[in-house]
Design a protein around this ligand. Sequence first.
Ligand SMILES: Cc1cc2nc3c(=O)[nH]c(=O)nc-3n(C[C@H](O)[C@H](O)[C@H](O)COP(=O)(O)OP(=O)(O)OC[C@H]3O[C@@H](n4cnc5c(N)ncnc54)[C@H](O)[C@@H]3O)c2cc1C
Length: 288
Amino acid sequence: MIPANFDYIAANSLDEALSLLAKHKDDAKLLAGGHSLLPAMKLRLAQPKVLIDIGRIKDLSYIREEGGQIRIGATTTHFQIETSDLLRRACPLFPETATHLGDMQVRNKGTIGGSLAHSDPAADWPAAVIAVSAEMVVAGAKGERVIKADDFFVDLLTTALQANEVLKEIRFAAPKGRTAQSYMKVRHPASGFAVVGVAVNLSLDGAKSQSAGVGITGVAPKAYRAKGVESALKGNTLDAKNLSTAASHAADGVSNAITELFATGEYRKHLAEVYTRRALETAVSRAK
Ligand SMILES: Cc1cc2nc3c(=O)[nH]c(=O)nc-3n(C[C@H](O)[C@H](O)[C@H](O)COP(=O)(O)OP(=O)(O)OC[C@H]3O[C@@H](n4cnc5c(N)ncnc54)[C@H](O)[C@@H]3O)c2cc1C
């Protein structure tokens, strides 16, 4: 449980972090909250020679609403999201999701950017960013690029980020009109991570669904958009029967559900359906 030796450098700005990444290349790893990286280093699953701490860069920690978009800086902590008045008003799905992450210590140090960049198959944030169709703003040596949430998660612990890039911001359109959101999760009893987590973001037109965003984590090696659920909801009345029918599509197309000691792939797919139905029902009951 003791990590291999490493050098530590605290970056003061995004530009400095990018030049340090360019200088140290594959020897370096970014450090944000450290709540995924340090456990991996202690188990010697990761042995970076240089840690570049971006957790102290003030400009990367913020929650703003600008021009109809919500913008969250990558080093914003889970706790800052959980307690953000702006998000509680404009997109309650995010504070709700934050409450499900780990414990108080994890939420105080861990960051949304670190969680997304780590892409743990049982992490909570990936479901939420897919449900709101977020974009990831990424900084690299050649400037910035934008990656859609649907394209960001590539595989188990693998994202579309290059080794010399920093995830800078998560942004998405502020939900407008009548909306209904919820996040529901089956917590692993030991780790607290998601055995299954379902994030729902509905836009309503009277009693009908105008559009639906549904992200599911925990089931497969990477979080995914439940397209079958979304299209079954579109334009339909949100009554119990239709919600149940839509939820039955929660694991459509999932051929690689994770099987491990605690839960088989079949069980996870079953939970995905049950928790999608519950998340939809909860969201609709809260519609405003
Ligand atoms: C006891 C415990 C319980 C937990 N429970 C949960 C849970 O229930 N649900 C859940 O979702 N998570 C859980 N976590 C994980 C936690 O949310 C972490 O905070 C999160 O996964 C990683 O964020 P971090 O800021 O700590 O990143 P770090 O550990 O610092 O970094 C993680 C990885 O991302 C890279 N990275 C970090 N920031 C960036 C960036 N801006 N750009 C590019 N790469 C970056 C790092 O190089 C590293 O590879 C738990 C962790 C612990 C220790």
